[in-house]
Design a protein around this ligand. Structure first.
Ligand code: BEZ
Length: 211
């Protein structure tokens, strides 16, 4: 069964490069990113894990716990982690799950039999503190993901969880935002006393709320 945005993220227990992890305990109260990659000791995955490790301070700033998933064995993770450090200039600094029986990958629908029967595709799940799936992205094995985009979506999700706004095309943190359609002009006047730019009654633009 596929996991869709708004669904509860399935719980699991698995070994990882940082010891056994009970997912719900691990992410309790935090945002989380769970992402799969097809295989250890492959070039694209090596660059993705290195880059994600470099972004760790950015994830920390946003209160996000990052977890990688591989269907390879735990013993293999240690040697590959050394290669990641050597080639990408940064040590692995988040847990890499060893989902050798594929049970987590199946729960999250990360194995697409028509792509490959045993390896995971490149899935990314962003999970909120309420344990609901907020974002799901899937890439093919041959295409490395853009983890800056994952951070950008987290910024949007965290902003829109707090304020009744939506973020427009190519929005980056700090850009103008759109007042949600559910907010009446009367309510908007109270929240945005300086007013807004009304391009259409349904397209009302304001500076990004700061608090
Ligand atoms: C890679 O990570 O480089 C990769 C993995 C599986 C298939 C193709 C490329």
């Amino acid at each position: 069964m596929s996991i869709l945005i708004g669904d509860t993220a399935p719980d699991f227990t698995a070994d990882s490069s940082e010891g056994p992890i009970h997912f719900y305990d691990y992410i309790e109260g935090s945002w989380a990113v769970l992402f799969s990659h097809p295989k250890n000791y492959t070039p694209v995955c090596t660059t993705e894990l290195g880059f994600t490790a470099k972004l760790k301070p950015e994830f920390d700033k946003r209160g996000v716990k990052v977890l990688g998933l591989s269907v390879d064995k735990l013993e293999d993770h240690a040697g590959w982690a050394r290669d990641i450090e050597e080639t990408q200039g940064v040590a692995l600094n988040f847990p890499l799950l060893a989902d050798t029986d594929g049970s987590v990958a199946r729960k999250y629908d990360m194995i697409h039999p028509n792509a490959d029967n045993s390896l995971t595709v490149r899935s990314v799940f962003v999970i909120g503190p309420d344990k609901k799936v907020k974002l799901k992205i899937e890439y093919p094995a041959s295409t490395g993901r853009n983890f800056n985009e994952v951070l950008r979506v987290i910024d949007s999700l965290q902003l829109t969880a707090k304020h009744q706004v939506a973020t427009p095309v190519n929005w980056e943190n700090g850009d103008d935002v759109i007042i949600a359609g559910s907010v009446s002009n009367e309510a908007a006047k109270a929240k945005y006393p300086e007013g807004w730019k009304e391009l259409k009654p349904y397209l009302r633009v304001v500076p990004q709320p700061r608090d």
